[in-house]
Design a protein around this ligand. Structure first.
Ligand code: NAD
Length: 341
C-alpha cells in the first residue's frame, strides 16, 4: 500500500441541542471581540443568542455571486470584524468563506443543511453564469459546530436532496483523482450513516446519523477531490443556475451506473455500505428523484462538461457518453437498465 494523504486541521463539536452553548464557548476560546454573523435564516439569530454580534450579514444567495462577496467583505472591514460566524446551508458557509479568502478572517461554521462545505477548504464564486472554485486553507472553518436539531426545520424534500448531495460526496470520493484508502474508508462509513439516517430523516436519530454522514462525506470529498459526478454537477449548476442538492441527487445514480463496471472494487464497497447493489431501493424508500430538470440541451451540456472530466476517471468518457447520461437523467430512465443498454 502506498499513498499520500493530507488531513485538514479543524475542530469539530457535535451535539444535538448544543449549538448555542458551543458557539458561545468557542467565541470565548478564540478570544474574538467583533463577530460578524453571516446567515439569512431566523435560526442564525437564535444560534447567536449568547454571543455579542458586531455586524450581521444576511446577503446570502445561491452559488455566492461575486457582488455579494464584495459587499460582505466591505462589511467585515467597516465593522472591524475579527471572527466570521456562519449559520446556514452551503450558500451561507460559502459567503463566509469568500470573505475569509481575501481577509484571512477565521470562520466558525454552524451548518443547517447536509451540504458539507463547512468541512472543506474549497471556495466557490459565481459571475456571469460561470462558477469558479479553488482550494485555500484560509477558507477552511477553524471550528464546525454540528447540531442536528438545526436541520429539523428543513422541508422534507430539501432534507432528502441535501442528504443525497452528501451521498454524492462519498460515492464520487471512491474514484476521484486523489482517492486513497483513508478517504475511501471515510466515504464508506459516510454512505453507511447516510443510508441509515436518510431512511429515518424525520426523527432526531435519523437527522443525527445524516449529519454525521454529511461530515464524513465532506472530509472524504475535500481529500479525494472532484470526480466525474462533481464535475458534471458543477458545470450544470454554473451554466443553468440549477438547484445544487436536487441536481446532485438526480445525476448520482447515473454516474454510479456508468462508472461501476469499470471500478468493480469501488462499486462493491459502495454496495456493501448501502446493503444493496445500487441506489434504487434507497431512492425509492426515501422518495428521492433521479429526474434531472433545468438542462435545456443535453448535447450542449455534454460539450461544456467534457473538458472538465478527470483523466483518472475509471471509465473513459466521450461527449456521446455524457449526452446519453444526461438524456437518460432528463427522461428519468431506470439508471441501472440505462447503463446496461
Ligand atoms: P443553500 O445553502 O442554498 O440552502 C438551500 C435552501 O435551504 C435555502 O433556501 C436556505 O435558506 C434553506 N435552508 C437552509 N437551512 C435551513 C433550515 N435548517 N431550515 C429551513 N431552511 C433552510 O443550499 P445547500 O444545498 O446547503 O448548499 C449549496 C451550496 O453549497 C452550493 O452553492 C454549493 O456549491 C455549495 N457547496 C460547497 C461545498 C464546498 O466544499 N465548497 C460543498 C458542498 C456545497
Amino acid at each position: 500500500m502506498k499513498f499520500e494523504h493530507t488531513t485538514l486541521g479543524q475542530r469539530v463539536l457535535f451535539g444535538t441541542g448544543e449549538a448555542v452553548a458551543s458557539l458561545a464557548a468557542e467565541v470565548e476560546r478564540l478570544g474574538a471581540r467583533r463577530v460578524m454573523l453571516v446567515g439569512d435564516e431566523a435560526i442564525a439569530a437564535e444560534v447567536a443568542a449568547k454571543i455579542d454580534v458586531a455586524a450581521r450579514c444576511t446577503d446570502v444567495a445561491p452559488h455566492v455571486p461575486v457582488a455579494n462577496a464584495e459587499r460582505a467583505r466591505a462589511q467585515a472591514a467597516s465593522s472591524n470584524a475579527d471572527l466570521l460566524v456562519s449559520v446556514g446551508g452551503g450558500s451561507t458557509t460559502g459567503l463566509a468563506k469568500a470573505v475569509a479568502l481575501t481577509t484571512g478572517l477565521p470562520v466558525v461554521a454552524v451548518p443547517t443543511t447536509y451540504a458539507g462545505s463547512e468541512a472543506t477548504n474549497v471556495w466557490g464564486l459565481t459571475e456571469a453564469a460561470r462558477k469558479t472554485t479553488g482550494s485555500d486553507d484560509r477558507v477552511l472553518p477553524v471550528t464546525v459546530i454540528y447540531d442536528a436539531a438545526l436541520t429539523a426545520s428543513l422541508p422534507p424534500e430539501l432534507a432528502i436532496a441535501s442528504g443525497c448531495n452528501a451521498l454524492a460526496h462519498c460515492v464520487d470520493s471512491m474514484w476521484a483523482p486523489r482517492a486513497d484508502p483513508i478517504n475511501q474508508a471515510l466515504a464508506a462509513e459516510g454512505i453507511r450513516a447516510l443510508n441509515s439516517g436518510l431512511r429515518q430523516i424525520t426523527t432526531a436519530d435519523g437527522r443525527e446519523q445524516t449529519l454525521y454522514g454529511a461530515y464524513l462525506s465532506a472530509v472524504a470529498f475535500a481529500s479525494a477531490g472532484s470526480g466525474l459526478h462533481h464535475k458534471i454537477c458543477h458545470v450544470l449548476g454554473g451554466a443553468y443556475n440549477l438547484p445544487h442538492a436536487a441536481t446532485h441527487t438526480a445525476v448520482l445514480p447515473y454516474v454510479l451506473a456508468f462508472n461501476s463496471p469499470a471500478a468493480p472494487q469501488a462499486a462493491a464497497r459502495i454496495a456493501d455500505a448501502l446493503g444493496a447493489p445500487d441506489l434504487s431501493s434507497l431512492y425509492t424508500d426515501i422518495g428521492a428523484s433521479h429526474v434531472l430538470r433545468g438542462v435545456p440541451d443535453a448535447a450542449e451540456a455534454a460539450r461544456l462538461i467534457l473538458p472538465s472530466v478527470p483523466p483518472s476517471n475509471p471509465r473513459p468518457v466521450t461527449e456521446a457518453d455524457l449526452t446519453a447520461l444526461l438524456a437518460a437523467a432528463q427522461a428519468g430512465r431506470n439508471p441501472t437498465e440505462w447503463s446496461r443498454a
